[in-house]
Write a protein that binds this ligand. Structure first.
Ligand code: ZN
Length: 175
């Protein structure tokens, strides 16, 4: 055996098992293919037609296409109105003021209100001494003191000097 050139395959349990399985598969196929005539794959006998070539011109569409013209006449950059994200408050009047007004209206309707209702003055201011409108010719004022020429028994200069002697206007004169 050592002098021959025959290469013997390695014979082990796996080799024997492989041979047995292949032989079993061959026999199983032979049993299953009994009476079955297997055809060859069907092929066309005639030659296939040639493919279509490229058209000379592109086909025209059936619908009329309008050319798109972008509107570039007006530049609206920065003109967008941006809404504020936060919603404005329902009422800027504080809750305490609303509660006070409600209480006052209830008191007024019930006749419980003793406070004099504020009414804005209409027309020129009236002099409390002579009862006529306080015009600038006959009526002067100096630091909150009113001078009425119609009812005063002294002149405006004397009245002014008396007020200055009392101390009115000193703080303003120091400045
Ligand atoms: Zn007066």
């Amino acid at each position: 055996m050592t002098n021959t050139s025959i290469q013997l395959p390695e014979l082990n349990q796996r080799t024997i098992l492989n041979w047995y399985k292949n032989d079993e598969t061959r026999m199983e196929r032979a049993v299953l293919r009994q009476g079955i005539r297997i055809h060859d794959a069907a092929t066309a006998t005639d030659d296939l037609p040639q493919g279509q070539g490229k058209p000379a011109a592109l086909p025209t569409p059936k619908v009329q296409l309008e050319k798109f013209v972008p509107n570039m006449s007006d530049n609206t950059f920065g003109t967008a109105k941006i809404r504020s994200a936060a919603a404005p408050p329902a009422s800027s009047i504080p809750r305490s003021t609303l509660s006070y007004r409600k209480r006052r209206s209830v008191e007024e309707t019930a006749g419980m209100c003793s406070r004099k209702k504020y009414a804005p003055r209409t027309g020129p201011p009236i002099c409390s001494k002579c009862g006529s409108p306080r015009n600038t010719d006959s009526h002067k004022q100096f630091y909150g003191n009113q001078f009425c020429a119609a009812t005063s028994n002294v002149s405006h200069d004397v009245w002014l000097n008396e007020l200055k002697k009392k101390g009115y206007g000193r703080r303003a004169a120091r400045k």
